[in-house]
Design a binder for this molecule. Structure first.
Ligand code: NAG
Ligand code: NAG
Ligand code: NAG
Ligand code: NAG
Length: 480
């Protein structure tokens, strides 16, 4: 989920540098190699998929759990802000399965169902693939890799490996076909070279494999020739990832969706299996149709065309932040994107806690500190969790804290329910603001990228609609 960059590795390079299992895999796939035809129009109206919190460990210690969530959110934020363009990052630290949301998708003929993390911050859809799948450092609490589903291409009659001349190979490699197909005579129509392997580096881990063309099987409709990554090697990945970002390989792009929407069940520090649904809308729906009760704000385009990763993100125009009705004076260049592509705000289902660049966060946190004088600070908890400000409310019967509101371009206001920005732990009576920042180098805009990343913790119990046709985000508060 914390993806962001596709390394342009050559076919030869990865074969030379990796283990022999990869080589055997390539050989076996080559035996049923074929070219891909183009995707037909999706004529369906709505597809509904269950959406559940990614299974995670019910930690006996809520503070410990919180600390992990903070680290995972920060690791992801660093990566989103600073996506590697041509080399792997060295940021992996914590499993980012904590606090994610997953969906089941079925691929192949007959269909094989695999869980995927739903990620609006990346664009490739990939699954763990073949009996030779190797995942390093992938032991997550409550997970057993030997029983977690892996896609077996051999068991599917519709699996085809993507050829290097297929334009879809250009989605993740050089758009120029000849530079991808170095082994083929440019003057010949006869080229059997496969699309070079992909290698994706996420904030916490990585994955690599080959592009397959496969049937994506929904109960209502089968989508042939969907391009999906067959990953052979991963590190620190608890499952496959379904990229819902704005790039060509993403699920919404390949399906030509008009809209998709979700309502995230609340993050509780337990392990229940409740789920809500992810709704995909395709087909003939069109026009400036607004869903009842939603407030809308336009998606914005990042002006920096050179950074591929930035074009995948859903930027929205955050105009101001108010705490207890008081406007936080945030310098404009943090709220808006500059011509270099830095700054601005994105919405990301794959981040847990909202991230704010240090300067922005300090202003917001200070406003809370100024307005909350009726509780004592819990500095020891701040030190352990890295969150602040935290207050000790163990002696209180009711909790009263200033309201936090995000005001967006076009007038849409997101007034967060208290549990979306203050974590409440009944056990120790301490509440903390659940927004993270990078405190490593104080007062320095080191990394660039979005200044604010609206994470899924702040989207709990909101109905959120990505209206791709009208290029805008809609939301309303709702018990999911
Ligand atoms: C797995 O984790 C260990 C210890 O955290 C680390 O030394 C090693 O490099 C990791 N391996 C991979 C493939 O990420
Ligand atoms: C392809 O054809 C062009 C002209 O027909 C020729 O100049 C070129 O050398 C050919 N390339 C190869 C690799 O055969
Ligand atoms: C394609 O190439 C293969 C071997 O490279 C050859 O056997 C076959 O006849 C060629 N087909 C066409 C249509 O050129
Ligand atoms: C919170 O305050 C109470 C006394 O009011 C104290 O007993 C408790 O240890 C404090 N908790 C923390 C985490 O500081």
């Amino acid at each position: 989920m914390l993806l962001r960059s596709l390394l342009r590795m050559s076919y030869r390079k990865i074969m030379a540098s990796s283990s022999s299992s990869f080589f055997f895999f390539l050989l076996s796939l080559l035996s049923f190699f074929s070219f891909i035809c183009s995707l037909p129009d999706v004529k369906t109206t709505t597809i509904t998929i269950p959406l559940s919190r990614f299974k995670n460990n019910p930690s006996p210690d809520p503070l410990h759990k919180l600390t992990h969530l903070v680290s995972a959110s920060l690791t992801r934020a660093k990566h989103i802000k600073n996506p590697p363009e041509s080399h792997p990052t060295k940021t992996p630290l914590f499993p980012r399965s904590y606090g994610g949301y997953s969906i089941p998708l079925s691929f192949g003929t007959p269909p094989q169902t695999i869980p995927f993390i739903m990620d609006t911050g990346s664009d490739l859809v990939w699954f763990p693939c073949t009996h030779r799948y190797i995942c390093k450092n992938c032991t997550f609490p409550n997970q057993n890799l030997t029983t977690d589903p892996i896609f077996i291409p051999k068991a599917s009659s519709t699996a085809k490996i993507v050829g290097c001349r297929n334009p879809k190979c250009g989605w993740i490699h050089d758009p120029d076909a000849q530079s991808r197909c170095m082994d083929c005579d440019p003057n010949s129509s006869n080229c059997t070279q496969i699309c070079p392997p992909y290698a994706i580096v996420y904030g916490s881990g990585s994955t690599a494999g080959l592009l397959l063309s496969e049937t994506l099987d929904f109960p209502e409709i089968k989508i042939p020739n969907f391009v999906v990554g067959c990953s052979l090697f991963s590190s620190r990945q608890p499952s496959g990832i379904a990229g819902f970002g704005r790039g060509s390989p993403s699920l919404p792009s390949q399906l030509g969706l008009k809209r998709f929407s979700y309502c995230l069940v609340s993050h509780r520090f337990d392990d229940t299996t409740e789920s809500t649904s992810l709704n995909l809308y395709g087909g003939s729906y069109s026009g400036d149709h607004k869903t009842k009760g939603l407030s809308y704000t336009p998606f914005l385009k990042n002006p920096a065309t050179g950074r591929h990763a930035f074009s995948v993100y859903y930027y929205i125009g955050l105009r101001k932040i108010t705490v207890g009705g008081k406007r936080v004076k945030i310098p404009y260049h943090y709220l808006a994107m500059g011509s270099d592509g830095n700054g601005g705000a994105i919405i990301d289902s794959g981040s847990t806690f909202t991230f704010m660049e240090k300067r922005v966060f300090d202003l917001v946190a200070r406003e809370f500190e100024n307005q909350v004088s009726h509780y004592s600070r819990a500095s020891d908890v701040e030190t352990i969790t890295g969150l602040r400000p935290c207050f000790n409310v163990s002696d209180e019967k009711t909790l009263s804290l200033p309201e936090l509101v995000f005001h967006f371009k076009g007038g849409a206001k997101m007034a967060l329910p208290l549990p979306n920005y203050y974590s409440i732990f009944s056990a120790d009576g301490v509440v903390c603001l659940t927004i993270v920042t990078d405190g490593v180098i104080p007062d320095t805009d080191v990394s660039g990228g979005p200044s604010i990343i609206l994470g899924n913790y702040q989207q709990q119990n909101f109905y959120v609609e990505y209206d791709l046709e009208n290029d805008r985000l809609g939301f309303r508060e709702q018990i999911c």
